[in-house]
Design a protein around this ligand. Structure first.
Ligand code: UDP
Ligand code: MN
Length: 303
């Protein structure tokens, strides 16, 4: 695919667009070069859906200089958060709870106070259609977790940056830790009224659809295959954000660009809807992200 010209808007063009709401942003996090691949595809998937907000990625010092350059071609802001240099209370939180490393990094999104409202998306999510309506929701909005619906899943959430909330969250982390050792447990115990207080803060499941769950909504699946199909068409096809949660991330698969599909390995059973989401992730990676590496290599050769 050499010489392919990517026609999607560059970060620079987007920064010039007048219709962009510049005090609101989509935010993600990548602490290493592997998760950067996810962040890049996520960022591009947002650009592909008429982006009207700023695009921000939080990184840590481990991210290589090559990936920083690539990220800056897709994101408006690449912000390094260095936990070591951070305020004393963060240091303390890390010393007391070393298992919360990545979790505390995610909490840094609350420090983005040059934005009034943001939508956080995990680096292993993929946006399928415009989701600007999420900015009409308040803090803290999230979708139910498929494993335990009284908890929210912390892969997609609406929040309001605030240094005060940030330090309260860190205080909470130092005092109570996290019941799952990660950000989801911590955020659920901090925003503990989520499940009962305000239905507007319950995002529909289509904003955080886990790709690897086999949906067997029994009322529809009990009787006939036909009903199951009708159900999937009704709900599955309206998915707006897919979340590749769990241990097999899209970048762990092999992809055949000729057939446009991921290779299905023997033991790994991939369901049809899951396969199509994986194929979509990889097609964006191939069409829009790999050419960024190539153009950078060309620029270096001509320098
Ligand atoms: N993350 C990261 N580096 C890591 C692990 C996680 O940057 O080594 C970030 C990334 O944004 C990721 C999020 O934290 O999407 C949550 O982790 P993950 O998605 O792996 O958890 P899951 O959604 O599978 O529970
Ligand atoms: Mn995730």
């Amino acid at each position: 695919n050499h010489g392919h010209v990517d026609t999607s808007p560059s970060a620079l063009e987007c920064a010039r667009r007048p219709d962009v709401v510049s005090d609101q942003a989509f935010v993600t996090l990548a602490t290493n070069d592997i998760y950067c691949q996810g962040a890049l595809v996520l960022g591009q998937s947002l650009r592909n859906q008429r982006l009207t907000r700023k695009l921000v990625v939080l990184i840590t010092p481990h991210v290589s200089s090559l990936l920083r350059v690539i990220l800056s071609r897709v994101f408006d802001e690449v912000i390094e958060v260095n936990l070591i240099d951070s305020a004393d209370y963060i240091h303390l939180a890390i010393l007391k709870r070393p298992e919360l490393g990545v979790t505390l990094t995610k909490l840094h999104c609350w420090t983005l106070t040059h934005y009034s409202k943001c939508v956080f998306l995990d680096a292993d999510t993929l946006v399928l259609s415009n989701i600007d309506e999420l900015f009409e929701r308040g803090e803290f909005s999230a979708a139910p977790d498929p494993g335990w619906p009284d908890c929210f899943n912390s892969g997609v959430f609406v929040f309001q940056p605030s240094l005060e909330t940030h330090s309260l969250l860190l205080q909470h982390a130092t005092d109570h830790g996290s019941f799952d050792g990660a950000d989801q447990g911590l955020l659920n115990s901090f925003f503990s009224s989520w499940s009962t207080a305000d239905i507007h803060k319950h995002l529909p499941f289509i904003y955080n659809l886990s790709s690897n769950t086999t949906y067997t909504y029994s009322p529809a699946f009990k009787h006939a295959k036909e009903n199951a199909l009708r159900f999937l068409l009704r709900f599955g096809s309206s998915a707006k954000v897919v979340h590749f949660l769990g241990s097999s991330k899209p970048w762990n698969y092999k992809y055949n660009p000729q057939t446009g599909s991921v290779l299905q390995e023997g033991s790994r059973v991939v369901h049809q809807h899951q396969a199509s989401f994986l194929n979509l992730w990889w097609s964006i990676y191939h069409r829009s992200i790999l050419p960024l590496y190539e153009s950078l290599r060309d620029e270096e050769e001509h320098a």
